[in-house]
Unconditional design. Structure first.
Length: 555
């Protein structure tokens, strides 16, 4: 990975690892990032990626990328490739340690036979609904399955026939024999295997009709890979006793330990894969890489940098306390990163024609403007200037509000990097709308204010002759409220103004040949990225983030 964006903050997991190394419990740290390939990664996964790969890097260890592909009904190779792409984009490399839980299907099956032979697992004929009914509640113990006391020989025979495909889906499961009266419901004879016939697995094809559950697969996969610290979010805390039970009762080569940390909850969005899938499949957004989504693909298309996401993950820290992070923290991270990196460019989102009546007709000149006002190393570019310009119509007010510092009738304003102009006349159409300003300019004010007076306002402009038509997409928060769905249907909290497309914008000519992914600051507007939909004839720019917290500005 490239140089860390921030010094890693200490936290309880880092302290555990330091103690384990000092005591000799492990000599080399091995972590893993274990996504299920049933959707695209989101910002919450980024927290786990940065934690797992970051800890391994800090302690000179290894981090594996392992796909938890035990549910072929929802998984496919598209998600596998998208996840690999996102992890690489964040700046991490798993080397030759790419694994799939399906790599271990045969070993997992053999360990299941071992549990049966030890009298610790049995084939159960209860349906899913019956298993749920027998399980009991948090205050009421469960009941033993009628099939719990089958002999070892019968269980072995039935389990092998389950693998052979003799039984229909849902007719039988393999369950661990633990304790139906346990206060931890996860230990009430959990299901280890279920039958899924006729499903094509993206890695194993139709070789299997018997699939292990996550709670059974995960600890064994960790142990087979030599993982020392298995890091999960807090919802898996109650599953840890089952994790330990599996490790204790099968002959795996190592003894990993599980530790839990709080998941990332981000305001104004949803982080559930199910909700994200519904947003995509129901057409509320335009695919998994829609810039309004918290997916890494969406954030990348919106112009977020891997450095900004890593910095954000470091800043929010790692704790065991549930928390909800303000969207402003994420926006601040990208704003700070792009402030130093993004070249400045001139863009007019809502064009208003300006004619400089005392500038010679047919004349033009090229002005040298800095690419970054605080970084001379980024160089300069030439911007054309002529008699006819466009400014943003928001930068002129016939009846200005108090404190308005831009152009007004009879007032002066500086054109960024160019001259001071004065509004002399307004041209209106038959509806009374202003369609053109006729202005004068002072040719002695290039780079300096008029003698004896200070011009406070500075506005953007483009040459009418040279400007490039562009499409500007203004993205706002996907939801209107910090906690979507807290008071009912989460769909009712969707922000109808989360995307506004401006088709008539104009940008300076240097932006004609930019490549998708290039980032710029449109002065006084915000940070923008070139969208993959761009063409040289019509570039498309996505708003990454405003120059400050502009929530609601585009409504």
């Amino acid at each position: 990975m490239s140089d860390a964006v921030e010094t890693p903050r200490t936290h309880f997991i880092r302290q555990i690892i330091e103690a384990d190394l000092a005591s000799g419990r492990c000599s080399r740290v091995v972590t893993r990032f274990p996504p299920e390939p049933n959707g695209y990664l989101h910002i919450g996964h980024a927290k786990s990626i940065v934690l797992n790969f970051g800890l391994a890097e800090s302690f000179g260890g290894l981090c594996n990328l392992r796909f938890d592909d035990t549910n072929p009904h929802k998984e496919n190779i598209e998600y596998v490739e998208a996840i690999k792409r996102d992890v690489r984009w964040l700046g991490y490399d798993w080397g030759d340690r790419l694994y799939f839980a399906s790599d271990y299907f045969e070993q997992l099956y053999q360990f299941a036979l071992e549990l049966i032979e030890k009298g610790l697992a049995y084939v159960c004929d209860l349906s899913v609904e019956e298993i749920r009914a027998y399980r009991g509640t948090l205050t009421k113990p469960g009941r033993n399955s009628p099939w719990r006391e089958r002999s070892v020989e019968e269980n072995l025979d039935l389990f092998k026939r389950m693998r052979a495909g003799e039984f229909p889906d849902g007719s039988r499961t393999l369950r661990a024999k633990i304790d139906m009266a346990s206060p931890n419901i996860n230990l009430r004879d959990p299901v280890l295997y279920r039958i899924k016939r006729g499903v094509i697995h993206h890695q194993t094809g139709n070789a299997w009709c018997l699939y292990p559950t996550y709670d059974y697969t995960h600890p064994i996969s960790d142990a087979l890979e030599g993982v020392t610290h298995s890091l999960c979010t807090l919802e898996f805390e109650d599953h840890r006793p089952l994790y330990d039970w599996v490790i204790e009762h099968v002959s795996v080569p190592s003894r990993p330990r599980q530790y839990e940390f709080s998941r990332l909850n981000l305001e104004y969005t949803v982080m559930s894969k199910r909700r994200l899938t519904e947003l995509v499949e129901e057409g509320y957004v335009k695919g998994w890489d829609d810039p309004r989504l918290p997916t890494l693909a969406g954030l990348r298309r919106r112009g977020y940098t891997p450095e900004s996401i890593r910095a954000f993950c470091e800043r929010i820290g790692v704790t065991r306390a549930d928390n909800r992070v303000e969207m402003a923290m994420l926006e601040s991270a990208i704003r700070e990163d792009l402030e130093a990196k993004a070249p400045r460019r001139l863009a007019v989102l809502y064009p208003l024609r300006v004619t400089l009546i005392d500038y010679p007709e047919g004349a033009s000149e090229w002005l040298e403007l800095p690419n970054h006002p605080k970084d001379p190393a980024q160089g300069t570019r030439l911007v054309p200037f002529g008699r006819t310009l466009y400014i943003d119509r928001r930068d002129f007010a016939e009846h200005p509000p108090k404190g308005f510092k831009r152009l007004v009738p009879g007032g002066e304003v500086r054109l960024r990097g160019a001259y001071v102009i004065r509004a002399e006349e307004m041209i209106k159409d038959e509806t009374g709308a202003i369609v053109e300003l006729r202005c004068t300019l002072d040719l002695n004010t290039l780079g300096k204010d008029p003698e004896g007076r200070k011009v406070k306002g500075v506005i953007q402009w483009v040459s009418a002759e040279h400007a490039i038509p562009a499409e500007i997409r203004l993205y706002d928060r996907l939801f209107k409220v910090p906690m979507p769905g807290a008071k009912g249907d989460w769909r009712a909290d969707l922000n109808a103004d989360s995307l506004k497309v401006i088709a008539e914008s104009l940008v300076e000519p240097s932006l004609k040949t930019v490549e998708p992914g290039a980032r710029f600051q449109f002065e006084r507007e915000g940070y923008f990225v070139v969208d993959p939909d761009s063409t040289p004839e019509r570039p498309v720019f996505n708003l990454s983030v405003g120059l400050r917290d502009t929530w609601g500005r585009q409504s």
